[in-house]
Structures are given as C-alpha cells and as structure tokens.
Design a protein around this ligand. Structure first.
Ligand SMILES: CC(C)(COP(=O)(O)OP(=O)(O)OC[C@H]1O[C@@H](n2cnc3c(N)ncnc32)[C@H](O)[C@@H]1OP(=O)(O)O)[C@@H](O)C(=O)NCCC(=O)NCCS
Length: 121
C-alpha cells in the first residue's frame, strides 16, 4: 500500500533513500529529506507491507508532469513488483498528466513503460 511520508518515518525514509547511488553522503541525504519536507512541489511516498516500510518513491511536480526523482525498494523485497506498483499508484495522490523520469530513475522507468506497452499489445 502506498502512503504519504510522515516525519516520524524520517530515519526509515533516509535508509531507503540511501539505496539511490547519488544519496550515499549523509549531508546530501539530509538535504534531500529536507526538500521533501519543505518544498510543496516535492512529494514523498512509502510502500507499506504488513507493518514495515519497504519502498519509497519521490516525485517532483511541475505544471504538466510528475517527475520521479527517487525510487527504491529494500533489497530483500526486490523483484516482487513493488517498484512498478509504486509508479502506477502515484496517480492516486497526484494529478499527473504524465509520469516522467529524472536521469537517476530513467533506467527503471524506461523498463516500466516498455512493459506497459508490452501488455497493451
Ligand atoms: C529499481 C528498484 C526500485 C526496482 O524495485 P523492484 O521492486 O525490484 O522492481 P519490480 O519488482 O517492480 O521490477 C523488477 C524489474 O526491474 C528491473 N530493474 C531493477 N533495477 C533496475 C534498474 N536500475 N534499471 C532497470 N531495470 C531495473 C529488474 O531487473 C526486474 O526486471 P524483470 O521484471 O525483467 O525481472 C530497486 O531495484 C532498487 O531499489 N534499486 C536501488 C535504487 C536505485 O538504483 N533506484 C533507481 C533505479 S533507475
């Protein structure tokens, strides 16, 4: 289930964010979480499985699109479809005309859209 980030999950969110290659440095991680907490155009969501948070997706909204800035899943839960499901559920929270990828999330987002096209055929 995708839920909005809350401040009391800060440490868990930072742990999940740190799986992104560009978020290894603690200062950078703190800046990133600060941006999600304070910039009204940045939105952070977490994937809750039973009682645990095992995934995270971060979106920057513009006038026309939802840009995926961060996407991560706990290693032991990868390959179960959580990543793709988080992308597909963003629309439940944000009015996205289009979901697009930042450079850092493009390889996975490309994979998601290729598979969506594949299932349409
Ligand atoms: C990317 C990530 C969020 C995917 O989460 P997930 O829950 O395992 O994804 P799903 O189960 O929905 O999809 C799995 C598929 O995505 C593929 N995939 C995983 N990481 C990928 C990546 N970086 N680029 C492209 N495809 C990727 C897997 O090979 C798998 O392919 P398959 O269906 O053909 O076997 C997860 O691997 C992760 O947290 N990676 C570290 C953080 C990161 O690098 N994020 C940016 C990715 S561009």
């Amino acid at each position: 289930m995708l839920v909005r980030y809350k401040k009391n999950c800060e440490k868990i969110a930072m742990g999940l964010l740190s799986f992104m290659p560009q978020e290894k440095d603690i200062k950078k991680l703190q800046e990133t979480i600060h941006t999600y907490e304070n910039n009204p155009n940045w939105h952070l969501f977490m994937w809750k499985k039973d009682e645990d948070f095992v995934g995270l997706i971060g979106i920057e909204t513009t006038d026309t699109e939802c840009l995926v800035q961060h996407i991560t899943v706990t290693p032991s839960f990868r390959g179960e479809g959580i990543g793709k499901e988080m992308v597909s559920k963003v629309n439940n929270f944000l009015p996205c005309n289009e979901i697009t990828a930042a450079e850092s999330t493009k390889p996975f987002l490309d994979k998601c859209s290729i598979q969506q096209e594949g299932t349409d055929v």
